[in-house]
Design a protein. Structure first.
Length: 136
């Protein structure tokens, strides 16, 4: 028996192209696959998340939820099923919410996040995307 990890499933071409587009946009963007794993966040998101994507890389859903600690504005931790991006993925509907996150730099920030599911050809679930911005 080999200790070599199983190969990661191939990322759908639509998500590869969306990642490319996101890298050119000024709006902070967070992209997850159909399994909930973080696939990418763009440079404008880096200042809100406290670290460059190249330094973080892909994370499982449990890892990114633990890392960014999404919470309500009153500080109460959000259950994972209440996080806008998870709602968009699991319930297959757009959602919007004001919440706080803690960047990997330790700074807590209030953000607005709009998330929606991503569907590809043949109506296959690709993942979900969040557009978000700081609340002044």
């Amino acid at each position: 028996m080999s200790d070599t990890p199983a190969p990661r499933p191939q990322v759908p071409v639509e998500l590869i192209l969306l990642r490319q587009v996101a890298s050119y946009l000024a709006m902070p963007i967070f992209l997850i696959g159909a399994d909930g794993d973080l696939l990418f966040f763009n440079e404008p998101a880096e200042s809100l998340l406290g670290l460059r994507f190249d330094d973080v890389g892909e994370l499982s859903m449990d890892e990114w939820l633990a890392a960014f600690r999404p919470a309500r504005e009153d500080g109460a931790v959000l259950a994972s099923q209440a996080v806008p991006l998870v709602v968009a993925l699991r319930e297959q509907r757009p959602t919007h919410q004001r919440l706080t996150i803690t960047g990997l730099d330790g700074v807590q920030r209030v953000i607005e996040a709009t998330s929606f599911p991503l569907r590809g050809q043949g109506d296959r679930l690709l993942g979900a995307i969040a557009l978000f911005w700081p609340v002044p």
